[in-house]
Design a protein around this ligand. Structure first.
Ligand code: PMP
Length: 454
């Protein structure tokens, strides 16, 4: 398939040669690169993308899930333009009514967010949530799960994609750094936990209860490996018991498991929630919200508002939880976000059904060719897992699956006009039609015939 791929994407290859002269790897985020070169896109509309060689694709990357209403949705576009037209400017640097309007709607869908703040990305949202948790508990270590991603900063770049051999025992995974240049202290300050293993988590957290202020979790790992309900409930109980703030990082799952995110689906209430991606429908946004007492009155703030910056009310700088951001609550982005929510309140149900149809179609095709595997996921995200012995319940199980064949299948799909970055998860949008889904299943059938014969 690689020869066909190179043949089809010659202009992408040429573009990337030029891009390498400007940016390391020719990309603005490592994840956007893959060998031999990524596809370079130039146009998108609905569920379709067109690359610089004029190849057309049905897009399932959907910009890592953020484009929940697809590319270039007219209603989102109009909302942004209208807002600019109405306001005259596109940024005030003062409070703006959309911050409150959007916030009220978010609170309706995520009742656990009694108060919230906006950021410009998921990364900033999770970062702020860690400070809130530390301020509330006075405890500065954090715990996260092996294989879970919360943003690209030192504190959380621990055991995201670790070499399992170096990480040691599955029940007591070692914290491993993910990047060159990270401060070595984070290997000690961020504790790695095994996902879907309640007993092991209980032991580790109990042992470190006096230092650990927060546990952050992707309720559905990487958007497609669900936490088991008993695990989720158990984790909620143990963190509450040990005085640890439980943070649901719903940057991927927000709106994608239903409008109330994973917390609504599980019926489990976190102390803090972080949102991003789909909330802006492709515009950069992040949200942190949660319990009033954590958002407003942390232990460290000695009764004054955590966020209060009025100097009269505080005795020293350390009574205030610092949060800033020139672009936080940007009116253009919130206007887009409001339109996205309008669309989803009407159309998300259909997108959820189409995702089920696509997963079922892929699963039937896998069975047809006698391939052990499954389309795994809930909501509008899933991934295709091959050669899994039993269920994939965590990062280590995933490493045992047939990743090489998965990659080959992805390149063959690319050659047939189905776009995901090889090895990525699939995200379905409200713009995907029944026809798109059927075409994708047919492409899957063709590809599995090529790979497995029959
Ligand atoms: N948390 C999760 C669960 C994510 O999936 C991501 C992005 N992949 C982030 C945080 C970081 O978000 P952003 O890329 O907007 O900074």
């Amino acid at each position: 398939p690689m020869l066909d791929y190179k043949e089809k994407t010659k202009s992408s290859e040429r573009f990337m040669e030029e891009a390498q002269q400007v940016m390391p790897g020719g990309v603005t985020a490592n994840i956007k690169y893959f060998d031999p070169h990524p596809v370079v896109m130039k146009h998108g509309k609905g569920a379709k993308l067109t690359d610089v060689d004029d190849n057309e694709y049905i897009d399932y990357l959907m910009s890592y899930g953020s484009l929940v209403t697809g590319h270039g949705h007219e209603r989102v576009k109009k909302a942004v333009m209208d807002q600019m037209e109405q306001d005259g400017t596109w940024l005030f640097g003062t409070p703006h009514y959309l911050e409150v309007e959007m916030g009220k709607r978010l609170k309706q869908h995520f009742p656990s967010m009694e108060r919230l703040r906006y950021t410009n990305s998921g990364t900033e949202a999770t970062l702020l949530s860690l400070r809130l948790a530390a301020a509330h508990t006075g405890k500065h270590k954090i715990a996260k799960f092996e294989g879970h991603y919360h943003g690209g900063y030192d504190q959380m770049l621990i055991s995201v994609n670790p070499n399992v051999e170096s990480a040691g025992d599955a029940d007591t995974p070692k914290s491993l750094p993910e990047s060159k240049g990270m401060h070595p202290a984070h290997v000690r300050n961020t504790i790695a936990l095994p996902f879907n293993n309640l007993e092991a988590c209980k032991q580790i957290l109990t042992e470190h209860k006096d230092e650990v202020g927060a546990v952050m979790i992707e309720p559905v790992q990487a958007g497609f490996i669900p936490a088991e309900l008993s695990f989720m409930k158990g984790l909620r109980a143990i963190t509450e018991q040990l005085g640890i703030v439980l943070i649901f990082d719903e940057v991927k799952t927000g709106y994608r498991m239903g409008l109330g995110g994973a917390q609504a689906l599980y019926g489990v209430k976190p102390d803090l929630t972080t949102l991003g991606k789909a909330i802006g429908g492709g515009y950069p946004v992040g949200v942190v919200g949660g319990k009033e007492e954590i958002m407003m009155h942390s232990a460290a703030s000695q009764g004054s508002d955590v966020f209060d910056s009025s100097t009269s009310k505080r005795s020293s700088a350390k009574d205030v939880l610092f949060h800033s951001g020139t672009y936080n609550g940007h009116p253009m982005i919130l206007a887009a976000g409001m339109a996205v929510l309008d669309i989803l309140e009407k159309d998300l149900g259909a997108a959820l059904k189409r995702t089920e149809a696509l997963k079922n179609g892929i699963n039937e095709t896998l069975r047809k060719y006698g391939v052990k595997g499954e389309a795994l996921g809930i909501g509008t995200i899933f991934s295709v897992i091959l050669n899994n012995d039993g269920k994939v319940r965590n990062y280590r199980d995933l490493q045992q699956t047939d990743l090489a064949t998965r990659k080959e299948i992805d390149f063959r799909l690319l050659n047939k006009g189905i776009y995901i970055k090889p090895m990525s998860r699939y995200s379905v949008s409200t713009a995907h039609t029944d026809e798109d889904i059927n075409k994708t299943i047919t492409a899957y059938d063709d590809v599995l015939r090529e790979v497995y014969g029959g």
